[in-house]
Write a protein that binds this ligand. Structure first.
Ligand SMILES: [Zn+2]
Length: 432
């Protein structure tokens, strides 16, 4: 059976994959390779690259300092303040925090071209209040929740601003050095949604630092929809009120019907769609009929139409399962509510865009093979609006993201900072 499925996949894949964005053979235009090489040969840029290497210890110091200030989703304030202080020390022309909590450091351009080029890493981590974020060394490896994702990125943003100040590098466009909020989970990209939909800032393009290895470049957003399904009933004693409508029993039915129907839909799907019941909860004690039962569901798809379809399946099956449960002879009934808790748009930018060309050329100039891909990151927002944006890696070595065992090893970490600087300078227009 598996063998057969593999065979079918092998026959079908070459036809369908080129549309998915993953296998896109990126073509690098010679003009951008030339532009990057010229930039790299410039004395000021060379000096900046040097400073980045010399200041490696300071970058690690900033990274440890920021990691040890916990920033759970919706609790980024203190870490944002510390980041703002580092932006001031690194010589930002002005520093401010917007109403959503995003922290900005501006390095003014020579104003011959308008529009901000943003360079961001996110302030928030997935970990809740109370998590131990003390950084520990195990040999040369740094260990702490959030050390890599994305605090390494924040330290890179600071270092780039700092070496620009030290070497006097100027760009034609204004550069914004940003610590963004709400990238993770239920934050639902609220920081980026504010910047692009409400702030009124004229953003030219966006470079997000929020990935691992430096060869991988994200130019597309994987869309997702998330819901909390809450089922409520009267509640009562398990013996005394036996027979009353039970929200947990109803939720079991909902999960069964939803997962069966969604599985039927996704297993025939060649461009990937996924669904997941990630958390369930509710209830007061083993001998109580609960008054509430809930679950959180995450659905993702490359294709917006598939995402809409799996969302429809959720809505239909919840309604059906609840109706069936209420009609099963229980006393009273349960009611439900679907609360949207996440909506990340999908989209993809053509690899011919200057920003993507520059990112690929710069990556190749460091001896890495650029690979374009898709993720669920801050750039989902600008990508869905057609604004040039890329998400690039933090470099070094790391692992265990989103776990308490997260680690980072600063092996060639400076290279990723040099690369990010190079892309930012090319995009914002290096002023000779
Ligand atoms: Zn991240």
């Amino acid at each position: 059976m598996h063998m057969l499925r593999t065979l079918i996949l092998l026959m079908v894949l070459p036809i369908f994959l080129p549309c998915s964005g993953w296998s896109q053979e990126p073509v690098m235009a010679p003009e951008y390779i030339k532009e990057i090489n010229t930039l790299k040969a410039n004395g000021q840029v060379k000096l900046a690259f040097d400073r980045i290497e010399k200041e490696d210890a300071e970058t690690v110091r900033d990274m440890i300092h920021l990691t040890e200030i916990l920033a759970p989703p919706f609790g980024e304030g203190p870490k944002g303040q510390a980041f703002a202080e580092l932006l001031r020390q690194a010589g930002a022309d002005s520093v401010w925090t917007d109403p959503e909590g995003n922290v900005f450091g501006l390095r003014k351009g020579t104003a011959t071209e308008t529009g901000y080029v943003g360079l961001d890493a996110h302030l928030d981590v997935v970990f809740p209040e109370g998590t131990d974020v003390k950084v520990r060394y195990v040999g040369d490896t740094l260990k702490a929740p959030g050390i890599g994702d994305d605090t390494r990125g924040l330290a890179m943003v600071i270092r780039i601003l700092n070496v620009m100040k030290e070497t006097g590098i100027r760009t034609r466009k204004d550069l914004l050095f940003v610590g963004s909020v709400g990238e993770e989970g239920l934050g639902d990209l609220r920081g980026m949604k504010y910047i692009f939909n409400q702030s009124g800032l004229n953003i030219d393009s966006w470079i997000a630092i929020d990935g691992g290895e430096i060869g991988r470049i994200s130019n597309a957003g994987l869309g997702s929809k998330r819901y909390k399904v809450i089922i409520r009933g009267p509640g009562g004693h398990s013996w005394g009120a036996f027979g009353l409508a039970n929200p947990h029993h109803a939720l079991g039915k909902v999960i069964d019907q939803f997962s069966t129907a969604a599985w039927d839909f996704t297993s025939g799907d060649i461009s990937k769609t996924s669904f997941n019941v990630g958390r369930i909860g509710g209830g007061t004690s083993v001998n109580s009929i609960p008054f509430e039962s809930w679950m959180e569901v995450d659905m993702r798809a490359l294709d917006p139409e598939n995402l809409a379809e799996v969302e429809k399946i959720l809505k239909t099956t919840v309604q059906q399962a609840i109706d069936e449960y209420n009609a099963s002879g229980v006393k009273g009934k349960v009611e439900y509510e679907l609360e949207p808790i996440g909506d990340r748009p999908s989209g993809e930018l053509p690899s011919s865009l200057p920003l993507i060309q520059r990112t690929m050329a710069a990556t190749a100039s460091f001896g890495e093979t650029p690979v374009l891909g898709r993720g669920s990151t801050n750039i989902n927002i600008p990508v869905s609006l057609g604004i040039p944006s890329v998400c690039i890696g933090r470099g070094g070595k790391g692992g265990g993201a989103h776990s308490l065992h997260e680690w980072y090893l600063n092996e060639d970490g400076a290279k990723a900072i040099q690369l990010a600087l190079l892309i930012a300078l090319a995009q914002a227009g290096f002023e000779n």
